[in-house]
Design a binder for this molecule. Structure first.
Ligand SMILES: [Mn+2]
Length: 325
């Protein structure tokens, strides 16, 4: 794997680096980590990163402002696809993968195992694409900037070393990345924890007005469009609120509804119990996701939507704990 990866990288003179739509910390860390690796060690090569616009909170990553946001017809000798397996997750940038002479995929999503590309490193057990990329790169050729990128991806996809995909190897790699003198405290704060004042206000308001469902087993929060307008926050900026709701002791799950157009709500669901599979509930309403985190879209008044969701959650309650009436 490593030999093939480095071999293809050394052969190519023109390289494009791609990732999934709405790039997250792992996607940005991996694409920019590889970009900086090429810049540093192969300055004669032409390399470009193509991604959708990302949150400015990641602007500390070296090369962030050099990311190209428009797809191009250019034919590169090599395309790297990181943190997804394309082409459907590449959005408008899939053209670059199609036009490239060779493609190499690095990813850790289970669903990517069906990727059409044969040159690849796809390990679903890895915490992050950045962890995999670290294994593939020549350790002698890393520097502080590259380490900052890879560290960012690892902390994002592990929820700062919390999620179950975090392994002893993940921690070892994080430790090695720290030895490059990265500013790890600020990386974690800037990219993960810090919110704008408006975001804090919205979060506080949702928590304050939250309600408990199913006799106190599930917490639910609602945000209307007019409130988002009042505080001046967009949909991307309210991403984390469902996790804030979930961090309430004793809850089996959390629900967050936010209005995307008139009386149409995006629903985010989180589970804190192994018996509660929220992907099933969301699939029932035409959405999808993972067992512990899923989403769907529903229209109506928030009270009606919460009632519908409660009914579906209740069906999954363990034997003997069901039925309110
Ligand atoms: Mn990832």
């Amino acid at each position: 794997m490593k030999q093939e990866f480095l071999g293809m990288l050394e052969e190519a003179e023109t390289i494009c680096i791609l990732g999934h739509t709405n790039p997250d910390g792992d996607c940005l860390g991996a694409t920019l980590g590889l970009y900086n690796y090429i810049r540093r060690n192969y300055p004669e090569k032409e390399a470009s990163v193509y991604l959708m616009e990302a949150s400015r909170k990641f602007s500390y990553l070296p090369g962030f402002d050099e990311i190209l946001h428009r797809p191009s017809e250019r034919k590169y000798q090599l395309a790297f696809i990181l943190d997804c397996a394309g082409p459907e997750r590449l959005g408008d940038f899939h053209i670059l993968a199609e036009n490239a002479e060779e493609v190499y995929v690095v990813d850790h999503h289970k669903t990517s195992l069906s990727s059409p590309f044969s040159h690849r490193t796809i390990l679903p057990d890895a915490s992050s694409s950045c962890e995999l990329l670290y294994e593939l790169l020549d350790k002698e050729k890393l520097d502080r900037g590259i380490a900052s990128c890879l560290y960012t991806g690892i902390i994002h996809d592990t929820g700062v070393f919390k999620y179950s995909a975090t392994s002893p190897r993940t921690m070892e790699i994080a430790g090695k990345l720290m030895s490059y003198g990265i500013d790890f405290s600020n990386i974690i704060d800037d990219s993960f924890y810090l919110r704008s004042y408006a975001q804090q206000q919205v979060r506080a308001r949702v928590l304050m007005e939250s309600v408990l469902l199913l006799g106190g087993r599930v917490i639910a929060g609602v945000l209307r469009r007019k409130e988002m307008r009042f505080y001046g926050v967009n949909q991307k900026e309210i991403d984390g609120i469902v996790s804030d709701l979930r961090e309430t002791r004793g809850m089996d799950g959390a629900v967050f509804l936010y209005e995307v157009s008139d009386r149409v709500f995006k629903v985010s669901l989180r589970s804190s119990r192994s018996w509660l599979d929220v992907s099933e509930i969301c699939a029932f309403f035409g959405g999808g996701g993972h067992k512990m985190a899923a989403g769907c879209c529903l229209s109506g008044e928030p009270e009606e939507i919460l009632e519908k969701l409660s009914r579906e959650i209740e069906k999954q309650l363990p034997e003997g704990e069901r039925s309110r009436d």
